[in-house]
Design a protein around this ligand. Structure first.
Ligand code: ASP
Ligand code: MG
Length: 467
């Protein structure tokens, strides 16, 4: 018996048509056991975040509350049409939850928008949407159980970016899901809230923005471990065909190509590089068991070939991503005298770490004279000052900051010297200067620092070169 875990994002939960399409998909996958994971309705998580911030400052949020209620009611009215009885059941539930949300916001006003409150406030988005989805499916004749993920996914205490504690999550899933999943005759569909979990002492946590993808893969991981059926896959339904080799907004003359097949390592590089279409942490959960993940267009559920599949298989024939970060701060620390002095890099990175500044690209020449590293654009000034003011660096080092862009080329292919030659040739023919370079040994990502102004040209240049 095959199990499919499907995640429906906000764009799949918009109106009567999109809910009908979920029925359609349910029929298409009728031979599978199904676990559905839903995100919040479009824009709701951002709105909840905004409301928390306002509540903290004592700004009136009545309008926002009214908006949330209306958004839920509108969808309810649309999808339940003239069935007032069902619509009322849904509205009652929403009202109850909204009043819990209001209570939470009163607390926020009193105690501040602490990380715990942030996750609690944000959790309502998925509760609203998943409840409504489950009721809709139920009314349409399916066997459904609605489970808030707080009953299933136990996490650490990292509010805003929690990690699952698999051991405890396993226990929960074994109790609440496996008896039905293990029974080949059972046809229950599970409807589970994306994005949220709880820590050991019961506080709600979230898995990071866009975290519903992660919910789907965490569930896949644990179901694999606990259920007797091992044929499992994850489908993320999106409003695009799948992963594209580059961001369409940069490409002038053609459509960026769909990446149809890539492996976990390539996909991780892409996700971490802000491909936004995939939650960076979600691959970690499925890779150990080689559970495949498909990214499919919600509007083309029967599509046979135009979609992305991430699994242990890949093909070496293509570059898998040309990604960019439009603006970052590049800091260069140089000294002619402090070469062959152990611990200089440790000092730099300790300063960054102690001040919670994340370092991405790093490059140091083997002469050790210059070390260049990249931090978020908003951390640039702070990072530079911290080093400049440090006793050790004050006397013998020169510290420089520059605001630049990053271009990353991703895929197994970048291990090939010929491909590297083509990258640099293409850039040089188009007068694009590369200021710094980094690729770790066996790294599937070659990152190039270029002028911000050259980003668009660089993406187009490489896109033309490789496709
Ligand atoms: N609703 C959450 C967010 O907007 C999680 C998700 O959409 O996956 O970040
Ligand atoms: Mg969302």
């Amino acid at each position: 018996m095959a199990i499919v875990i499907m995640k429906f994002g906000g764009s799949c939960l918009q109106d009567a048509d999109s809910f009908k399409n979920i029925l359609n998909i349910t029929e298409i996958y009728k031979e599978h056991k199904k676990v559905y994971v839903a995100s919040a309705f479009k824009g709701i998580t951002d709105l909840l975040l905004d409301m928390g911030k306002k509540a903290e400052k004592g700004i009136d949020i009545d309008k926002n509350i009214a908006f949330i209620e209306k958004k839920n009611y509108d969808i309810i009215n649309e999808i339940f049409g003239d069935n007032e009885e069902n619509a009322n059941v849904a509205k009652e539930y929403i009202d109850k939850k909204i009043s819990e949300l209001e209570d939470a916001l009163i607390d926020v006003n009193e105690f501040g928008f602490e990380p715990y409150y942030q996750d609690y406030v944000l959790s309502f988005g998925e509760i609203f949407s998943t409840y409504i989805l489950h009721l809709y499916l139920k009314i349409n004749g399916y066997n459904i159980v609605f489970i808030p993920a707080t009953e299933l996914i136990i996490t650490d205490d990292n509010f805003g970016n929690a990690f699952p504690l698999y051991k405890y999550t396993q226990n929960r899933i074994r109790k609440k899901m496996v008896p039905l999943l293990d029974n080949p005759d059972d046809i229950t569909i599970f409807c589970i809230t994306g994005f949220i979990g709880r820590n050991k002492i019961g506080y709600i946590t979230t898995l990071g923005r866009g975290g519903s993808d992660y919910t789907a893969t965490i569930l896949a991981h644990v179901i694999y471990e606990t259920c007797k059926f091992k044929e499992i896959k994850v489908i993320l339904w999106k409003n695009v065909d799948g992963l594209l080799v580059s961001d369409p907004k940069y490409i002038n003359n053609s459509e960026p190509q769909l990446v149809k097949i890539l492996d976990y390592n390539e996909a991780k590089e892409l996700a971490f590089f802000g491909a936004k279409i995939l939650h960076p942490k979600c691959l970690e959960a499925i890779e150990p068991y080689k559970i495949p993940l498909e990214i499919r267009n919600f509007n083309k559920p029967l599509e046979k070939s135009q979609f992305t599949i991430i699994s242990e298989k890949t093909d070496k024939s293509n570059i898998k991503g040309i990604s960019t970060v439009e603006e970052v701060a590049m800091i260069t620390v140089s000294s002619g005298s402090m070469v062959e002095v152990p611990g200089v890099l440790a000092k730099i990175f300790n300063i960054m770490g102690d001040n919670k500044i994340n370092v991405s690209l790093v490059a140091q020449s083997s002469s050790e004279i210059n070390t260049t590293f990249i931090v978020d654009v908003n951390d640039g000034k702070k990072a530079t000052n911290l080093i400049k003011e440090n006793e050790f660096f004050k006397n013998f080092f020169e510290i420089k900051i520059e605001y630049v862009g990053i271009l990353a080329v991703i895929g197994l292919q970048v291990l090939d010297i010929k491909i590297k030659a083509r990258i640099f040739n293409a850039l040089s023919s188009n007068d694009i200067n590369v200021k710094s370079i980094s690729q770790s040994s066996e790294g599937l990502n070659i990152s190039l620092v270029i002028n911000k102004e050259d980003i668009e040209k660089a993406v187009n240049t490489l896109h033309e070169e490789f496709h």
